[in-house]
Write a protein that binds this ligand. Structure first.
Ligand SMILES: [Zn+2]
Length: 262
């Protein structure tokens, strides 16, 4: 367990160097991220699993990326106040799974995962995948943002739906429920098109879409995968999903103009 209340400047510098989408943030945003990261480190507890020792660098790298989605949200880290623990494994995690099929038969199997999130529970991450996120930003891949996007999504009633809680007035909708309907409509439309592209690529050898095809699993995973891409490769994400851009900007950057370059 590590509880790092201080944020050494050399460690912060390494974090910015390691993740180009953080280094590319405008200076005021970097200061804001620095401050949020400090608060995050003071409020959360990191646990190393399977022998992993949590260094300052590991904690800061994860904290900084976790804070990126809430950087401009009014409640800030309040979005993450349903949990304290972050469990970090050295590599991918083999998770036992169980489900009951419609005939009542219980199937047990194991799944290899790079991260996992539970409502009111800890976030689990594979450090190997976290560490690769600097190099894989071009592909829009980021495991920390993925898991913390699920956290935002789960804030609406505990179950992820692909739509985080929206405020009344969101994108000009007077009532939050209407904003939610509009958001889900846009998400499901984009998800349906994406899933079709993935299916065509798999069955008929068509071009694979740029976005990670794990997003074709469900609209909930599509939202998390889309958030990854939005934060680490905004321009490419916008090229593929122009319809989602205004939604994401309205949610993640309320009242702010689009950034000039990320
Ligand atoms: Zn997921």
């Amino acid at each position: 367990m590590a509880h790092t209340a201080l944020l050494p400047e050399s460690v912060w510098g390494n974090t910015l160097k390691g993740y180009p989408f953080l280094a590319a943030l405008p200076e005021p945003d970097q200061w804001r991220l620095h401050s949020l990261t400090q608060q995050f480190l003071a409020a959360k507890e990191f646990y190393g699993a399977n022998g992993l020792v949590i260094t300052d660098q590991i904690a800061v790298d994860i904290a900084a990326q976790a804070c990126l989605p809430v950087l401009h949200l009014r409640q800030g880290l309040g979005w993450y106040d349903d949990f304290v623990g972050i469990v970090v494994h050295p590599g991918e995690v083999v998770a036992p799974r169980e489900f009951q099929d419609p005939a009542g038969v219980v199937h047990r199997y194991r799944e290899v995962i790079s991260g996992e999130t539970m409502h009111r529970g800890p976030v689990t991450l594979s450090w190997q995948d976290v560490a690769l996120a600097g190099g894989s930003a071009a592909q829009g891949y980021n495991v920390v943002i993925h898991e913390f996007a699920h956290k935002l999504d789960m804030r609406y009633g505990g179950e992820a739906t692909g739509c985080p809680p929206l405020s009344p007035g969101f994108m000009g909708h007077a009532a939050a429920a209407i904003a939610r309907t509009a958001w889900l409509g846009a998400m499901h439309a984009a998800y349906g098109r994406f899933r079709e592209q993935v299916t065509i690529a798999e069955r008929f050898g068509g071009d694979r879409p740029w976005l990670n095809d794990y997003g074709a699993v469900s609209v909930v995973e599509f939202f998390a995968v889309a958030c990854e891409a939005y934060f680490v490769n905004r321009l490419r994400f916008e090229a593929d999903f122009p319809d989602l851009m205004p939604l994401f900007d309205a949610f993640f950057r309320p009242g702010l103009p689009p950034p000039s370059s990320i």
